[in-house]
Design a protein around this ligand. Structure first.
Ligand code: THG
Length: 609
């Protein structure tokens, strides 16, 4: 007989309780119940000032047949409690809320029918993507909250009503810190809020939210609040078709309507249960519950309708990718490649460098946007410049890019602290550019834990202690080494790795580098053959350094063509300067081909043509 939440999750539909907030309102409590005027309306304080009020809510939902009750801790981070001068009580309030819920749940638990307590973790009142609060402060607040809930005996945690994915990431960072310290593992549900317009408050599409959260070691992904089940249908359908993790749904009892100055929710228990039965039976939702306006009566109907069903098998197609605050970009497109804009790079563009030196952030934003207009799917961002504070520049540029760019970001820096400053400011799923084995495992040891903490993918360069690999065999050897360590030691997944087999320029004419193009292309092919689930990328413009601008455009485009034939997924390029092959004359194409494949003949060198 299964007893843990995760065991039961595989066997039957799990029903979470209904509204805490609106149920408390029904009790018409007085300021005294809240501990005085100063605390009036602080529902979370009731866990210590009037525990009987909260017990009554929990008992009502358990009687209605719910498997899980949520603790009265939605706003119990120091961040929210500070509004009531209760910040320093955060740990205690979470602890007491969990203990209280556990007591009531155990009154109803039987060996055959265990009841669980979910620690409720709300969004706070601040949006880190809009600069209301720093990631670090949020992470610390959530750490305190999660610690109190876990110490108080919560069986699982629900990070709910997320409005800004950066909030969710901060909550997960705080939670995983507690779990690492206590060596515990509790199931985690991450649940976002999709507004009536069909995106999260800041404009995040459900697909982008899923992309950003999917890399985390969480157990369910879902949505709650803002609307009723009907308005959620399309997003729920998307999650059920695309999430590799079980899906959670907890709608309001319909869209709130203003009746006499109070929010009124008009879905009847039967209507509510009807919609959710459809989600469970037809779409494959695994855990359901009720948010604002849902009463024990709603939950009674719901649990009668779905509580004994088994989860439906889902046919999931997950496409690996990355995301911005708004949208996703897959790691592979057909036809290839995914274009990564190279110009938002202080080393790669004089214009960007000069804007950086002038502190012209608007100009840098404009360059990012123009790259997206020119066709870039992702932006490579590098602000390294000798003598400047790279961490500060990265903070400023990324804070702006996070909200201004519809394309996901690839963070290009050799400095680990700079990477982390960037990752703390990106709501979407970023790509870290890059790791290598130049100093053995050192860089992997620093950077991959960051990728795990923030859910990022990573570019891995074929460089080791002996330098940048030149031959196919050496490139493959380094890729194997990184692959083994990244996956078996650092917990990355194959789809999180993007191998870059790097090329030297063919423009120098040096005998040593004549085969650089072929070796790079063959290495792409070899890596894709050996590891079909990893991705590959190349900084294409490197192939032509030192040549005249017009020749560079042509050589870059022809090289990219062959790279795609070799299985390349992504290319860092100046998107508007990549021309399709048919627009290049037969003669120029031939010269480039001979240069790339080193087809010289006596008296003929394509480099000099
Ligand atoms: N692999 C990975 N990351 C990378 C590279 C790579 N990042 C940096 C670089 N290589 C890719 N980006 C560029 C950007 C610009 C140029 C080349 C590669 C370039 N710029 C013009 C030049 O230097 O002549 C300048 C243009 C201008 O000033 O406007 O060629 O390989 N993972």
């Amino acid at each position: 007989m299964a007893h843990t939440f995760l065991d039961i999750l595989k066997e039957k539909i799990i029903v979470v309780d209904g509204a805490m907030g609106t149920s408390i309102q029904e009790q018409n409590l007085t300021p005294d119940d809240f501990g005085g005027e100063r605390y009036n309306g602080c529902n979370e304080y009731l866990a210590v000032t009037k525990p009987s009020a909260i017990e009554q809510v929990h008992a009502g939902f358990l009687e209605a047949g719910c498997d899980i009750v949520e603790t009265d801790s939605f706003g119990s981070t120091p961040i929210v409690l500070a509004e009531y001068d209760l910040a320093d009580r955060a740990y205690t309030l979470n602890l007491e809320a969990a203990k209280l819920a556990k007591r009531v749940a155990s009154d109803f638990s039987t060996p055959d029918r265990p009841r669980f307590v979910a620690g409720s973790i709300g969004p706070t009142t601040k949006l880190p993507s809009l600069g209301h609060i720093s990631f670090i402060e949020m992470e610390e607040g959530y750490y305190t909250q999660a610690k109190g809930l876990i110490d108080g005996g919560a069986d699982l945690l629900i990070v709910e009503t997320c409005q800004d994915i950066l909030q969710t990431k901060a909550a997960l960072a705080g939670i995983f810190k507690v779990l690492a310290e206590t060596r515990l593992r509790v199931p985690i549900i991450a649940s976002v809020t999709i507004e009536t317009m069909g995106t999260m408050l800041l404009g995040t599409e459900i697909a982008a939210a899923l992309m950003s959260l999917e890399p985390y070691d969480i157990d369910l992904i879902g949505m709650n609040c803002a609307t009723g089940p009907k308005e959620m249908s399309e997003s729920v359908r998307y999650l059920c078709a695309n999430s590799t993790k079980p899906v959670f749904v907890m709608p309001n009892a319909g869209l709130p309507e203003n009746v006499g100055g109070r929010a009124h929710y008009k879905l009847t228990p039967d209507e509510f249960a009807g919609y959710l039965s459809h989600f469970v039976k037809d779409l494959g939702v695994s855990v359901v519950g009720g948010c604002c306006g849902t009463t024990p009566e709603h939950l009674k109907k719901l649990s009668a309708a779905v509580g004994s069903l088994s989860p439906k098998e889902r046919d999931v197609k997950f496409t690996p990718g990355c995301s911005s605050l708004y949208q996703c970009a897959p790691m592979h497109v057909d036809p290839a490649p995914v274009l990564v804009g190279e110009r938002t790079n202080a080393n790669g563009s004089k214009q960007f460098r000069e804007l950086l030196l002038k502190g012209d952030i608007e100009g840098m934003v404009a360059m990012g946007k123009s790259q997206i207009r020119e066709g870039a799917h992702i932006l490579d961002v590098c602000v390294a410049y000798v003598g400047r504070d790279e961490a500060r520049d990265m903070q400023e540029v990324i804070s702006r890019f996070n909200t201004q760019m519809t394309a996901p970001l690839m963070i290009d820096s050799t400095e680990t602290p700079v990477l982390e400053e960037a990752l703390r400011r990106i709501a979407g799923r970023a790509i870290v550019n890059s790791i290598n084995m130049e100093d053995g495992e050192e860089r992997l040891g620093k950077v991959l834990p960051l990728c795990r903490k923030y859910g990022a993918a990573v570019v891995a360069l074929t460089i080791d202690e002996q330098g940048m690999a030149k031959s196919v065999a050496r490139k493959l050897e380094i890729a194997r080494r990184i692959h083994g360590l990244a996956i078996h030691k650092y917990g990355m997944r194959e789809q999180d790795l993007i191998f870059d087999t790097l090329t030297f320029t063919l423009g120098s004419g040096d005998e040593e580098f004549r085969k650089a193009g072929i070796e790079t292309l063959e290495a792409v092919r070899a890596i894709k053959r050996e590891f079909p689930n990893v991705h590959t990328s190349l900084g294409v413009s490197n192939i032509s350094f030192g040549l005249a601008p017009q020749s560079r455009t042509v050589l870059n485009s022809v090289f990219l063509h062959y790279a795609i034939e070799s299985g390349l997924d992504m290319a860092i390029v100046h998107a508007s300067k990549i021309v399709p092959l048919y627009k290049i004359s037969e003669e120029e194409r031939e010269i480039c081909r001979k240069l790339i494949f080193d087809e010289r003949s006596p008296g003929y060198d394509p480099l000099h043509d």
